[in-house]
Design a protein around this ligand. Sequence first.
Ligand code: ZN
Ligand code: ZN
Length: 391
Amino acid sequence: MKTSLSKEDQKKIVELRRYFHKHPELKYQEVNTAKKIQEELKSYGYKPSFGMAQTGVVALHSDDTKKRCILLRADMDALPLQEVNNTPYQSKNPQAMHACGHDMHMATLLLTAKELKNKKLPGNLKFVFQPAEEGGNGAEKMVQEGVLKGPQVEAAFGLHVWSGLPIGKVAVVPGPIMASVDMFELTIIGKGGHGAMPHQTVDSIVVASQVVNTLQSVVSRNADPLDSLVVTVGKIEGGATFNIIPEKTKLVGTVRTMSKKMWDEVPVHFERVIKGVCEAYGARYELDFQRYTPVTINEPHMTRFVHEMAASVVGEENIVTDCRTMGGEDFSFFLNEVPGCFYFGGGENKEKGFIHPHHSPYFDIDEESLLVGVEVMKKIALTYFNEFPTK
Ligand SMILES: [Zn+2]
Ligand SMILES: [Zn+2]
């Protein structure tokens, strides 16, 4: 692939990525990160604004707010993880690491903004640096605070570097691409007593065990086998010692699905199973079922468009159309409001040792993917308004 970046800017994009990598900040604490982004944008001639969703940064390509507008997004937050990689750009902040690649996203979007600054465009571009993607729903906050208005955004595009996808490949997938994320906390309430006299008790541990097993029947018997559904209990808490039957046992877990229909239905199936099991044993329950992130669904026309743009950069043979993950992504909040496409840029390079998955303390990405990222994003921005002349 040929890059349009000057030698200087090729150096700059790597420096920026490494700066962000060295100075990671957790969700809603991206203050220094936001400062750096604003400094850069100002030096390119932009007038960024700070503070949407607490630490977000937004910049417009043109002051003309009457123009049609599309949104280009990068997320900013790091993960609460201790980096173990020994590199010159290793994280300097303890228990904070860019282990998902959001450092790459920021550097890519900044250089895209720099490249486009002096280009005449029929429409406007809204560069959005979003806080708190990792479990903070920063995108939802930005939507609530009006990021899609003034100028009104008509389409949204976002890139995620992808560790499981070889360098040089771009994955553009129509329809559902990342799963919904729900979290549940369930407390089973029985009747405590002596471990030797279970008949005088309602054993919350036995009921909880039954619930863990039976919940899997929602996956195997309620979900359409052609849809994907995951129910995981990640934590069980109950009991104090060997001879006491505890009154309460707590289960904490997550539910993921790629199907909008399933996402709507799952809480009903879920509670029915819990209620049934508890009734059978004479136990009670308290359920806190929280919806975190909706399914990320790519609109077909926008996906086709991004497919063409990416293919013009890396070649049709390097476009992957079946890369999905049960991980969640809050870009879904933008795609719930406007059509758009969230796509993956390959960052895996086995020869260079970039093989570790997202959220691993060994995670790292081939920086070559920064250049692909800028070219594809640029193509999207330069072509969109001609490709879709009217809304
Ligand atoms: Zn992540
Ligand atoms: Zn991520």
